[in-house]
Design a protein around this ligand. Structure first.
Ligand code: PEP
Length: 248
């Protein structure tokens, strides 16, 4: 039985005070036995947020991680640093990184490996653009993005990772994949993995991301192969984020 995971991605939003207030409001809405909830916070506020969520069910995540271990890489943040700052998770290959900052399948695989080497669980984001979907390339894009990591790290590495299927056309656009569209891709991913390693396929958490909100979360999260959500916009409001968490 896979544990559901609801993960917020705060992106480049908020001040220190706003980040602290958001973290406090999330914590205040949880009960002692809750689990499977995390927030991916801007690097500079990781420690501020950690001091609020420490000893609560909320896990800390970063939004990216360097593809190198250490050294002369000005402006980069290593997996060792993230571990040191209390991160459990790091997003790798978010479509905004791939689109605006030149992250490639190769660099995403290197980020994935760096995170795992330091015991930070990578959340591998994959997904097709609208153009690729319209050209019937969804599955080939998924294969290419996933195989880049499997080639670099081995399929077993996915036992200590999370996959997030995020159709690019649904991120921040208000357009959500229907539950059936999302399930189709999640099932495709799981069945593909099962051909290589049945245990990994059965146990890996596959999150859906793309305009998930309280109104559509219940239906998406009820699908067999959707194990949780990666939530951008709606995670900036504690009430919406908690409402999505409760529907899981
Ligand atoms: C995301 O940033 O991963 C995301 C899914 O954003 P949004 O929920 O705003 O579409």
């Amino acid at each position: 039985m896979r544990q559901t995971l609801i993960m917020g991605n705060w992106k480049m939003n908020g001040t220190r005070a706003e980040s602290q207030a958001l973290a406090k409001a999330i914590v205040a809405g949880l009960d002692a036995g809750d689990q499977g909830i995390a927030v991916c916070v801007p690097f500079v506020y990781l420690s501020d947020v950690l001091s609020i969520i420490e000893s609560t069910p909320v896990a800390l995540g970063a939004q990216n991680v360097a593809d190198q271990e250490k050294g002369a890489y000005t402006g980069e943040i290593s997996a060792t640093m993230l571990k040191d700052c209390g991160c459990t998770y790091a997003l790798v290959g978010h479509s905004e990184r791939r689109t605006y900052y030149g992250d490639t399948d190769t660099s995403v695989a290197a980020r994935f490996c760096q995170a795992q080497k330091q015991g930070v669980t990578p959340v591998l984001c994959i997904g097709e653009t609208l153009e690729e979907r319209e050209q019937d390339k969804t599955f080939s894009v998924i294969d290419q993005q996933l195989n880049a990591v499997i080639d670099a790290a081995g399929v077993e590495a996915l036992a200590n990772a999370v996959i997030a299927y995020e159709p690019v056309w649904a991120i921040g656009t208000g357009k959500t994949a229907t539950a059936e569209q999302a399930q189709e891709v999640h099932q495709y991913i799981r069945e593909g993995l099962a051909k290589q390693n049945a245990d990994v396929a059965e146990n890996v958490q596959i999150l859906y991301g793309g305009s998930m909100k309280p109104e559509n979360a219940g239906e998406l999260l009820s699908m067999n192969d959707i194990d949780g959500g990666l939530i951008g916009g709606a995670s900036l409001d504690a009430e919406s984020f908690l409402s999505i968490y409760r529907s899981a």
